[in-house]
Design a protein around this ligand. Structure first.
Ligand code: B12
Ligand SMILES: Nc1nc2c(ncn2[C@@H]2O[C@H](COP(=O)(O)OP(=O)(O)OP(=O)(O)O)[C@@H](O)[C@H]2O)c(=O)[nH]1
Ligand SMILES: [Mg+2]
Length: 398
């Protein structure tokens, strides 16, 4: 059976994330895949993620005292969106009493794990009660149908389910597919979120899909799929976001990623599909840029931070030969100036007209990200609302 996928979150107006972090680590250690949303999460964010991630169960860690109302709202919204079969459990130490639990169960919550419950017991119960194989279901509609098609691809990466049968598109859009790769922690997810904000502003009716690959732990098979935590703008109904664990694939992508891209393309729903690789090093070619296998994407954005080492390390990064766009992110770092000069020289030596950008993804409205988005939109012939973004001078010509 494929690993259980669990969505965890802390409710809005609650910053107690220490308990859920412990639970997340324990879940991963027991071979579960955890999609973590972080703290201060509104109900709508949790419900949207539950649907798009096609998880087995939602787990909420709540300490702010609002659990009776909050859990009920999650159940109600899941039901309203045709996902009433998705179970919900939670914990909150001594703040959720046994009497509260009884009320919550009547309102649709499955169970509460109270203070003092041993972690091993929690894990064993989750495996026993919530482990099941998610099956094809022709009754599913919209994002849920799309999400289930990707789940089936994860179960059998060589099988190509027909998403159209499940998900008749309202319109037929030709998607521009961009691979986003780079070392772990360079800011890929943060940058994707900022690019998403520009897409949403400039395409008032368009949709964007994000496929975020994260590594499975080689020892346990579990995974913390944490790319959603870096996302602010991507918490929007016009964004379809799916996290994929690599499950032993060493390419930098889940083995199901090619099928997932195909499913998203074939749905006709999306103008832009961004595929984030796991944090990768010097020898990967996740998107098949160099001709040994089928090329998965229409363009590739390589993201790196200024502290990559030195010139020699740059020479070793093969993807710098194939990237269409290169972003030096974290340009607020003191080494950014040197990095720009070194990378510009590296790209100039390639002689392929690759474009280099300096970005600070951690800053909203960063002009470097504006310029990068403009270049991406131009490459993909994406709609750009006039006046949406002002040009800026940060681009470095290689
Ligand atoms: C640590 C802590 C903090 C830390 C938080 C650090 C962090 N990043 O999480 C700090 C010091 C920052 C803090 C701050 C505050 N805290 Co505080 N905090 C606690 C404390 C001591 C422990 C909570 C905890 O992490 N427990 C560890 C977990 C692992 O164990 P557990 O709670 O027993 O949970 C078990 C199960 O429920 C289960 N579980 C829990 N969650 C989940 C989720 C899933 C999916 C699953 C499967 C299982 C599960 O796991 C455990 C297994 O045994 C509690 C008191 C207490 N003893 O519970 C107060 C407590 C929660 N805090 C409280 C308060 C009031 C606050 C503040 C508002 C204080 C203030 N005035 O500033 C702030 C608010 C912060 C914010 N932004 O939200 C109150 C809440 C009262 C209420 N709701 O009515 C408590 C109860 C203290 C009290 N008695 O007054 N707090
Ligand atoms: N100072 C600074 N920090 C940034 C910038 N962009 C992202 N970060 C921070 O860098 C950390 C990693 O960012 P992510 O977006 O998660 O990086 P990632 O490349 O997606 O990471 P993986 O998916 O784990 O490989 C986060 O704490 C971000 O807030 C930036 O421009 N400047
Ligand atoms: Mg990431």
């Amino acid at each position: 059976m494929a690993p259980l996928r669990i969505l965890t979150a802390v409710p809005i107006c609650d910053g107690h994330d220490s308990a859920v972090s412990t639970i997340n680590m324990e879940l991963a250690r027991h071979g579960f895949e955890v999609i973590y949303l972080g703290y201060h999460c509104p109900v709508s964010t949790i419900v949207r993620a539950a649907i798009q991630e096609d998880i087995h169960v939602v787990g909420i860690s709540s300490y702010n005292g609002g659990h009776i109302v909050f859990f009920k709202e999650v159940v109600d919204q899941l039901r309203a969106l045709g996902a009433g079969d998705v179970p919900l459990f939670g914990g909150g130490g001594g703040t959720i009493t046994k009497a509260d639990e009884r009320v919550m169960q009547r309102q649709g919550t499955d169970r509460i794990f109270h203070a003092g419950t041993p972690l091993d017991g929690i894990m064993a119960l989750i495996r026993k009660e919530y482990g099941r194989t998610l099956k094809p279901n022709t009754k599913l509609r919209g994002d849920r149908a799309l999400a289930r098609a990707i789940t089936l691809a994860e179960q059998n990466p060589t099988h190509r389910p027909s998403p159209i049968a499940h998900h008749p598109p309202q319109k037929r859009t030709r998607a521009f597919v961009v691979g986003v790769a780079g070392p772990g922690g360079a800011g890929k997810s943060t940058l994707i979120d900022e690019l998403t904000s520009r897409f949403l502003r400039q395409n008032p009716a368009g949709r964007i899909a994000i496929l975020a690959n994260d590594p499975s732990h080689p020892d346990t098979g579990g995974a913390i799929l944490g790319d959603r935590v870096s996302m602010i703008y991507a918490q929007d109904d016009r964004v379809f976001f799916r996290s994929l664990a690599t499950r032993g694939s060493l390419t930098g992508l889940s083995a199901a990623a090619p099928a997932a891209i195909e499913i998203l393309r074939a749905s006709g729903e999306f103008d832009l599909i961004l595929v984030e690789s796991v944090g990768i090093g010097q020898e990967s070619d996740p998107f098949g840029l160099f001709g040994k296998k089928h090329r998965l994407v229409d363009a590739m954005l390589f993201v790196l931070a200024p502290y990559y080492g030195g010139r020699l390390q740059l020479q070793k990064i093969g993807l710098l030969n194939g990237a269409d766009l290169v972003a030096i992110n974290k340009c607020d770092h003191p080494m950014a100036h040197t990095a720009r000069a070194e990378i510009a020289a590296r790209l100039a030596a390639n002689g392929k007209g690759q474009r280099l950008f300096g970005t600070v993804a951690a800053k909203h409205h960063d002009p470097g990200v504006d310029t990068l988005y403009a270049a991406l939109a131009e490459l993909g012939h994406l709609k750009v609302t006039p006046g949406g973004e002002k040009p800026c001078q940060l681009e470095v010509a290689p």
